[in-house]
Design a protein around this ligand. Structure first.
Ligand code: HXC
Ligand code: NAP
Length: 273
């Protein structure tokens, strides 16, 4: 575990910080000394995170924001700066997702997900990046993507295309903003059993079991496992890491397309000595 003052006095904006991985990252960053601004559409979820943080003696602020709206994003950055004086860290974690065949996906369905994930990540990065450049003290941007940014994601074409765009954005900004000491990295989580992901991607016990079986480590990830890595990447312990994506998936994406199952079936059909 990282030492308690690892993020001391850093100010972090976390989109989607009212639920799931966003909430776990907010709590972990605060445990490590940061002040946190959580932003998403549902104020009651954001307030719940803020209450949990304040119970721990930390400082946090909820700013209702739809990341698809550039004016709301500008407001988020202004309010964060007004309250805490600066912005050191941005985590682009907000997302939307649902399973739908490409041929059945409506234009609005496409726009809803690409708007949150790709446009929203750019609007937030641009607004916070400008602030970090003006501050002149560097900063950290962390994007939460998914491994289907590389493999493609049949059944979730909107999300896969948007996450692939965010991967390109991570690598682009890492180089473009290195001169300002702004590091830009990504995490690609495997299946982590949050309420939002479960509703969108494994809504039944049977579906959940099938997903679990795709993970070589044989289980879902825990939000805190993502939060620990996120804290590391935005901390000075990762000071020479930029443009990187850390995959945290129990080996899931490497497990595809291997021949072990075939071999086992083949050899079990033969008599062994
Ligand atoms: C087909 C759907 C749909 C579904 C919505 N739409 N759900 N189409 N199947 N299940 C269509 C609607 O019909 C509409 O199109 C359009 O999408 C917009 O829908 P709205 O409900 O008006 O949009 P909005 O309120 O903006 O909601 C956005 C959302 C919603 C993405 C649709 O699900 C949401 O807010 N989700 C946030 C939480 C979330 O999804 N978390 C999951 C993250 S997990 P029409 O044409 O009818 O107008 C994750 C894991 C990644 O990302 C990788 C795992 C490996
Ligand atoms: P989640 O709880 O559903 O998180 C999604 C968050 O995005 C919610 O807090 C939601 O809050 C926010 N959001 C959605 N639309 C928004 C908008 N227009 N503006 C601002 N905020 C918005 O799911 P999660 O599992 O924690 O996912 C977190 C991140 O991890 C996402 O980027 C997801 O793609 C990624 N991920 C998750 C998994 C997994 O298995 N869990 C795997 C790979 C990648 P509001 O509804 O209040 O707006």
């Amino acid at each position: 575990m990282l030492p308690k003052d690892t993020l001391k006095d850093r100010v972090a904006i976390i989109t989607g910080g009212g639920t799931g991985l966003g909430r776990a990252m907010a709590l972990e960053f605060v445990r490590l000394g940061a002040k946190v601004v959580v932003a998403s559409r549902k104020l009651e979820n954001l307030q719940q995170t803020v209450r949990e943080i304040e119970k721990l003696g930390g400082r946090a602020l909820a700013v209702p924001t739809d990341v698809r709206e550039p004016a709301q994003v500008e407001n988020l950055v202004a309010v964060a700066k007004e309250r805490f004086g600066k912005i050191d860290i941005l985590v682009n974690n907000a997302a939307g997702n649902f399973i739908c065949r490409a041929e059945d996906l409506s234009v609005n369905g496409w726009r809803a997900v690409v708007g949150i994930v790709l446009d929203g990540t750019f609007y937030c990065s641009r607004a916070v990046g400008k602030e970090m450049i003006a501050q002149g003290t560097g900063g950290n941007i962390l994007n939460i993507i998914a491994t289907y940014a590389w493999t493609g994601g049949p059944g979730t074409i909107h999300s896969a295309c948007a996450k692939a765009g965010v991967l390109a954005m991570t690598q682009t900004l890492a180089v473009e903003w290195a001169q300002y000491k702004i590091r830009v990295n990504a995490i690609a989580p495997g299946p982590v059993d949050t309420e939002g992901a479960a509703q969108a991607l494994w809504p039944s016990p049977e579906a959940k079991k099938l997903v679990e079986q795709t993970v070589p480590l044989g289980r879902f990830g825990q939000p805190i496992e993502i939060a620990h890595a996120a804290a590391y990447l935005v901390s000075d312990y990762a000071s020479f890491i930029t443009g990187a994506t850390l995959v945290i998936d129990g080996g899931q994406w490497l497990g595809h397309g291997h021949y072990l199952g075939t071999l086992e079936r083949f050899t079990s059909e033969r008599s062994r000595p």
